[in-house]
Design a protein around this ligand. Sequence first.
Ligand SMILES: [Zn+2]
Ligand SMILES: [Zn+2]
Ligand SMILES: [Zn+2]
Length: 334
Amino acid sequence: MVLERIGEWSRYLTNPKIEKMLNSIKGKNLEPEYDIKIGYHYPIVEEVLGKDPNEAKKTLEELVSLGILNKYVIVKEIVCSDCGSSSLSLSLACPFCGSRDVYLNSLMEHTPCGSMGIESSFIDSSGLKLCPKCKIEIKNEEIRIVGKWFECKSCGRKLREPKLIYQCRMCKKEHTVEDVKFELIYGYSLNPKVSELLELSMKLVGSIIKVFKKKGYEIELASSVPGASGVNHVFDLLSKKGSEIIGIDFSFSSEGVDAEKVIKFFAKTFDTKMSDKSFLIAYPNLKESARNLVNLYKLKVIEIDSLDKASQILEDKLDSYLEKRDFLKVFRKK
Ligand SMILES: [Zn+2]
Ligand SMILES: [Zn+2]
Ligand SMILES: [Zn+2]
């Protein structure tokens, strides 16, 4: 169920820059632009994320591996196998002697008289097109090209196929067609399921951040906390103020969050000794077995049964938790 990935997605979907970028490609495809120096790149992504072309591409691939974006091949481009540049010049060479002095020759016919010959035999010393038989100047429309082929000026051979030489304009290395590299160039589109979640996640995570920020907390997304076992446990969100840390995980499932997720959450909060200061946010609710475990382990779970009221539910629950906490702190000090 795609909803379950939202915890994993939260750090991307709640990053304001990524959220803006994803919103900008909602309902359309993200296609690259070509630049002679940097090749295919994604200027919109670079601009929104404030990243260079390579970093922007990396982010796009990360989003693909997470299932947030889908990708499709636009072109398979030839690039330099040495430096990766796509700026290559193409020239022809003789496969026998290696000379670059390869030219296209043709067999021509002067249609009024039927005289045939190679191109050079139709041109006189002054460069004028002259029929070798009629000795009159030829009009363009009186010429028929009978055939064309390549020839090497150096060794005089007729070439069935000249050799293709790609020279990299950046590192100057030369490559034959056998040793160039191919690079797949992609277009990207938003996974349609993400569009709905983008909104949901923004709402929920936005509310959480708002409540904590109001109380002077700093938010870290997808941050880890070391456990007593030596294992590092990643929380979808960590709220920090001084030495105090509150961990938050999301679990969304259309059929109700199951016991397995609760057990994992318990193990994580137990190992990090954070069970009294961690929240599991469940949308839309817990399954019965999961609820039993929550009661047994005395875990803090907030069920978001209504999306419209999500912000309100979260703010109320977190507010009252933080107030109680502050009260207890003052009380303990006395
Ligand atoms: Zn190169
Ligand atoms: Zn040759
Ligand atoms: Zn003629």
